[in-house]
Design a protein around this ligand. Structure first.
Ligand code: PMT
Length: 397
């Protein structure tokens, strides 16, 4: 979102207040945001709030001159590289499709060359009305991106489709639409994520601190780049990214089976999972009762990645290394030992990197290239950088 110029256009749906948080979230992601409102929308949400949150004057009136020399609606239309209408009412959708440009919203959207996104929100009957459906289909055919409204309780007192999705979901959708590319079209990418769990008895297990955030961000990014994505995941509390083929697993052995049974059909494997190096030799069938002390015998788990490296054919293999010291040296050893094309070595001793945080940092290591340092950044951003490298590796294969 950084350096993006986004117009958030607000029409007079009762959920207009949710657009305030959309603006705020977009700004937090680094975008510059200007707000356009219809006159009617100002009766529902305050332009003052939108002005404060966006940091720019709100454009409402066609005849009020904000910039001294520019024709305001053209200046805004040229400035924008993304245009999103949230909420988009049946009226505004109809006007846009009919080519009516009689206020700031409808003139700017008609004048801009930026990609356009609509978040329809209205009463269920209005949404299902064939006229609205025809208009939405028509706009979609013209290249407009339309977000499906949510189902739920509506301001008119009924429950049904037509509810404006929550701001978080809108921004996520917008981000995924904006960042779409076809760089990995036709490529199948298998990503592992999360920390495996090795059962001790029916209620206890040996686990680790992996949240799955890194792996899920990679899966999401690969899907945005057009790849067919298989996400093999140990248990996490994360939502499965849309458009990925989800394979839930728990132990290292079940992850190994899920990965190896698909290995021949995939082009890229990214192993972001924290796989337990050991499992319990004798799992108890029943819950183990309290006792003064106990000893668990552990046996070594297979190294899944090393196994894949040993039988690599056409695949590109990307591993991770969770290190606390000698990050490059230990990582480089894993590149060679596991026959990898790339390894992300993260220093998990830092509080803002590695396990169960939203940011990460480290080095990209290769078998025959100098390391590339990755400064601290959001996991989503690191995932983007990793997948950019993967695109190059696929190209040069
Ligand atoms: O999930 P998060 O909370 O977002 O945290 C992200 C992360 C810290 C888990 C992730 O960035 C990471 O470093 N994952 C790899 C952790 C790890 O197991 O590192 P390792 O150095 O022990 O293993 C090296 C590589 O071999 C890894 O790709 C691992 O998936 C793989 N491996 C390890 C052991 C094993 N038995 N089989 C394997 O395939």
């Amino acid at each position: 979102m950084r350096e993006k110029h986004i117009i958030v256009a607000v029409s007079a749906g009762i959920a207009a207040y949710k657009a305030i948080e959309v603006v705020s979230r977009l700004r937090k992601k680094g975008a510059e945001v200007k707000v356009v409102m219809t006159e009617n929308a100002t009766h529902i949400a305050s332009p003052l709030t939108f002005g404060e949150i966006s940091g720019h004057p709100v454009a409402i009136d066609m005849f009020e001159q904000v910039h001294q020399w520019d024709v305001e609606h053209i200046a805004l239309a040229t400035w924008a590289d993304t245009y999103v209408v949230v909420p988009a009412t049946a009226n505004v959708i109809g006007k846009i499709y009919a080519g009516i440009a009689d206020d700031m919203l409808t003139t700017t959207i008609m004048a801009t060359k930026a990609p356009k996104y609509l978040c329809p929100a209205m009463n269920t009957e209005m949404y299902n009305n064939p006229i609205t459906q025809r208009n939405l289909e028509g706009l979609q055919a013209l290249g407009y991106h339309i977000m499906e409204p949510a189902e739920g309780w509506l301001a008119c007192g009924i429950t049904g489709v037509g509810r404006l999705p929550e701001p978080e979901a809108i921004v996520e959708w917008l981000e995924s639409q904006m960042c779409k590319s076809n760089e990995l079209e036709g490529t199948t990418v298998l990503v592992t994520a999360g920390g495996t769990q090795e059962n001790i008895d029916p209620v206890r297990y040996i686990g680790n601190r992996s949240s799955g955030k890194m792996g899920y961000a990679i899966a999401e990014q690969a899907a945005r780049m057009g790849a067919n994505v298989i996400l093999v995941s140990a248990p996490t509390s994360l939502a499965v990214p849309s458009g990925v083929d989800f394979v839930p697993v728990d132990s290292a052995l079940s992850m190994q089976h899920a990965v190896e049974s698909r290995y021949d059909t995939v082009d890229v494997v990214v192993m972001a999972a924290a796989v337990s190096d050991f499992r319990v030799l004798h799992k108890a069938e029943q819950k183990i009762k309290k006792m003064e002390s106990m000893t668990l015998e552990l046996v070594k788990n297979p190294d899944i990645l090393q196994g894949l490296g040993a039988k690599k054919k056409h695949q590109i293999l990307v591993g991770f290394a969770a290190e606390t010291e000698h990050v490059i040296e230990y990582g480089q050893d894993k590149v060679a030992r596991k026959n990898l094309d790339m390894l992300v070595a993260n220093d998990v001793s830092k509080s803002n990197a590695g396990f169960n945080v939203d940011t990460n940092e480290g080095y990209f290591l290769y078998p025959n290239k100098d390391p590339k340092e990755m400064p601290n950044m959001k996991k989503s951003e690191l995932a983007h950088n990793i997948m950019k490298e993967v695109v190059e590796l696929v190209k040069n294969k």
